[in-house]
Design a protein around this ligand. Structure first.
Ligand SMILES: Cc1ncc(COP(=O)(O)O)c(C=O)c1O
Length: 437
């Protein structure tokens, strides 16, 4: 049954234009076809199957370069958790970025592409002995310590002086979703600034013979829209630097720069960030008579989110009492973000325009919460077999994917200059069975 039969009285006609700011650079519409990196979406779906995560190399590189251009004096560190994939790590290395990893697994991906060890930072509120040994074995440039236990464990394992940053909880409200607000007090990340643990951690690192304090770190949260949040964090961190009484060479303000997911949502003001954080740092450092530390930033989402588009095949269309459900062949296994954070997405039908009506796009998994997008306008004749494209799916999709219901995780397919290639292949039943011994 088509949506036209289910919902006959609807508005909005014609083929919708590409929503500004949501699609990878160079995405085009050509007589109903959606071209991603110069490759038709229908061809991608036919060649690689659905669901399929398409990643535009040019966009990743441009965003990485953009950070370096806007912040030439800073070290730009890609948060590898956003998209742990060898080829992506190669691209960002090529573009001169450093890399933040937070497990031996992410480090293994970095190591496998020869990511320069001195440009790798090890993060994580839990670092197992295996994580620490892997990092020390590879000779990572810096470890960002997150607990007193870890300071002891790392100190005991490190042979020579290991460069360390201390992760601080600055007590700044990032005005974002609770699940990704990491800079507020009384949560699991970092050492509390207000409670005095941050200062104590700095002193313990300084006193440890196997550790060398090079900097302080904070990450206030993710999808942070307001530059003022970073300014405030910077001021508080300089306050800590001043009270430490030791030289702090680096100040890492983390990532979290918001990206637009829906039409009309604005870009994070990176230029404004660069200017206002520079001013805040130099002013606060002058006031407190400490040298200005080198700035580090750790963007993840803002480098890769907008480069990704997920393609799904419509499996069924059906009516609830108040809504029409368009069910696709993926769902919370390739995108748990709506269920985790209430994340919202735009959805486009590839190949047809026409009258549209709002629908709820749902996944194939055995959870009522497996909803990919609510209230999105799709053509009224949407039907099984149609191809849907969901933009802004490059960050924390491949990374957060699961094989719930023993559904294999989708491939990541890179596109560039009209050429498509598999970066991460689709997970097969053999893959799933291999682990079940
Ligand atoms: C320490 C740290 N740095 C950077 C990031 C990247 O954040 P985003 O992807 O929002 O830029 C994260 C994300 O969780 C993080 O935990």
């Amino acid at each position: 049954m088509t949506l036209a039969e289910l919902l006959p009285s609807v508005g909005m006609t014609g083929e919708p234009a590409l929503e500004a700011g949501l699609w990878p650079l160079g995405t085009r519409l050509d007589r109903g076809e959606l071209l991603l990196g110069g490759v038709p979406a229908t061809e991608l779906a036919a060649r690689f199957g659905t669901p399929c995560q398409v990643l535009d190399e040019g966009t990743v590189r441009a965003r990485a370069r953009g950070f370096r251009e806007v912040l030439p004096e800073a070290e730009v560190v890609f948060a590898g958790k956003a998209l742990p994939c060898r080829e992506v790590y190669r691209w960002v290395a090529d573009e001169g970025l450093s890399l933040d990893v937070c497990s031996a697994g992410e480090l293994a991906i970095a190591r496998s592409v020869g990511f320069p060890a001195e440009r790798v930072l090890l993060h994580g509120n839990v670092k197992t002995p295996e994580d620490l040994k892997a990092a020390l074995g590879y000779g990572v440039g810096r470890v960002v310590v997150d607990s007193f236990d870890e300071i002891e464990q790392l100190g005991a394992l490190a042979g020579g002086p290991q460069d360390v940053l201390v992760r601080v909880t600055p007590g700044v409200d990032p005005r974002t979703h609770r699940a990704v607000a990491t800079g507020v007090e009384d949560q699991k990340f970092g050492f509390s600034l207000a409670g005095g643990d941050a200062l104590e951690a700095v002193l313990r690192v300084v006193e440890h013979p196997s550790l060398r304090l090079v900097g302080l770190h904070c990450h206030v949260g993710s999808q942070v829209r307001h530059v003022a949040v970073y300014e405030e964090a910077a001021r508080r961190m300089v306050g800590l630097i001043a009270s430490c009484g030791v030289r702090v060479e680096q100040l890492d303000l983390g990532g979290g720069f918001a990206v637009p997911y829906l039409p009309g949502e604005g870009e994070f003001d990176l230029g404004g960030f660069a200017h206002r954080v520079r001013v805040a740092l130099s002013h606060e450092c002058a006031l407190r008579r400490v040298p200005v530390p080198r700035l580090l930033v750790e963007p993840g989402r803002s480098v890769v989110a907008g480069a990704g588009v997920t393609l799904y095949r419509v499996a069924a269309v059906k009516r609830g009492t108040t809504r029409v459900f368009v069910a696709v062949d993926g769902g919370m296994s390739d995108n748990p973000r709506p269920a985790l954070y209430g994340a919202r997405y735009a959805v486009r039908l590839v190949g047809r325009g026409g009258r549209r009506a709002p629908v709820t796009v749902v996944g194939r998994h055995c959870e009522a919460g497996d909803v990919l997008a609510e209230n999105v306008p799709l053509p009224v004749d949407v039907r099984a077999g149609d191809l849907l494209a969901v933009p802004v799916t490059g960050a924390y999709h491949h990374a957060l994917a699961s094989n719930y219901n023993a559904v294999g995780r989708p491939p990541v397919v890179g596109v560039r200059d009209g050429v498509a290639r598999v970066l991460v292949r689709r997970e097969t039943e053999e893959d799933l069975l291999r682990r079940d011994v």
